[in-house]
Design a protein around this ligand. Structure first.
Ligand code: ING
Length: 311
């Protein structure tokens, strides 16, 4: 008896610096409407889906930084998204900036977070980005700043999985996809579908020799992760020219075989759909058969803090 579900990556085009929530939420509701028409049961929105990717700037105005964080989820401005998803009977992954109550000032205000919402509009899970990339303080020598550690604390929830949508789901955020440990933590718990939103520049002005490799470096770690852990991946971009920086599209669905089975074609708002069978994970989970073949006694270095040195 196959456990099939039509999933979608709801890719978003650029969001302007001072845009506010209403027009963005309206675009997301429109994508949900299209999802409903196309028989979708679960939608993955991007990382930081509600705002521009502000860590590309060193912003010193506390009010502006605060404007990019959510103090409640859902809040008055995001409630329409929950209402639409519930009306359409669609579950979703949403990336947003989660304010830590009591924090003040223009940096270290909270977490880079994602939630999992079921088709009744209930939040069933939360994840906070573990691999927070970039610089903790502005670096004037760089052409493109990436100041996530200046604005966000490291995630402190580990890598939880959730029984929902008829399967076992996990969440990751952007840079986490480049780290095999993120996927293994979810794979070890039997995750069948992992959702991931991202904001990745198309070009690296401070390391242009990697520019031609950007798409490969986006897909390669996810293709191997899907195969090595026997799971489906839906990865969703914020795409297009945002704040003077072109963000890569290439939202995708990756099968447990490691094949990219769907890939977005634009760098704007786009709904990419694919019908997945959660049971297609089984042959790969059986092949790797963690219970029989894993050798954790040989993997000690993986969990040894770097500060303790290498043998
Ligand atoms: N973005 C980047 C990405 O993984 C990054 C991370 C930026 C890594 C700069 C190294 C240097 O595509 C996010 N949002 O994690």
């Amino acid at each position: 008896m196959p456990r099939t579900i039509v999933v979608a990556a709801a890719q978003l085009g650029p969001i302007a610096r001072h845009e506010g929530r209403a027009p963005v939420v309206a675009r997301m509701v429109e994508l949900l409407r299209e999802a409903k028409a196309r028989g979708v049961g679960f939608v993955t929105f991007p990382e930081m889906a509600l705002t521009t990717f502000f860590p590309r700037w060193h912003i010193e105005d506390p009010a502006e930084v605060l404007s990019y964080f959510e103090t409640a989820m859902p809040g008055p401005e995001t409630q329409p998204l929950f209402d639409a998803a519930r009306a359409f009977g669609i579950g979703f992954y949403l990336g947003y900036c989660e304010m830590i109550p009591g924090r003040t000032g223009a940096h270290h205000l909270g977490y880079n977070t994602a939630i999992l919402v079921d088709p009744t509009g209930t939040i069933v899970g939360k994840y906070r980005k573990v691999h927070v990339p970039g610089n903790a303080t502005p670096d004037a020598s760089l052409k493109l700043q990436h100041l996530e550690p200046w604005y966000f604390d490291d995630g402190n929830l580990g890598f939880p999985t959730f029984e929902t949508m008829g399967g076992k789901l996990g969440m990751l955020i952007c840079n986490d996809r480049r780290w095999p440990e993120s996927w293994r933590m979810l794979g070890l718990q039997g995750a069948e579908l992992v959702c991931l939103g991202y904001n990745s520049p198309s070009l690296l002005p401070d390391n242009p020799k990697q520019n031609a490799l950007r798409k490969m470096h986006h897909l390669l770690p996810m293709q191997s992760a899907a195969y090595q852990n026997g799971l489906w991946i839906v990865a969703t971009a914020k795409a297009g020219l945002e704040g003077g920086c072109h963000m890569m599209g290439h939202s995708c669905v990756i099968a447990p075989s490691g094949e990219v089975v769907a890939l977005s074609a634009t760098d704007g708002d786009e709904l990419l759909t694919y019908k997945i069978d959660l049971d297609a994970t089984q042959e790969y989970k059986r092949f790797f058969d963690f219970a029989t073949y894993r050798r954790p006694a040989a993997y000690g270095l993986i969990t040894r803090p770097h500060s303790e040195g290498q043998p």
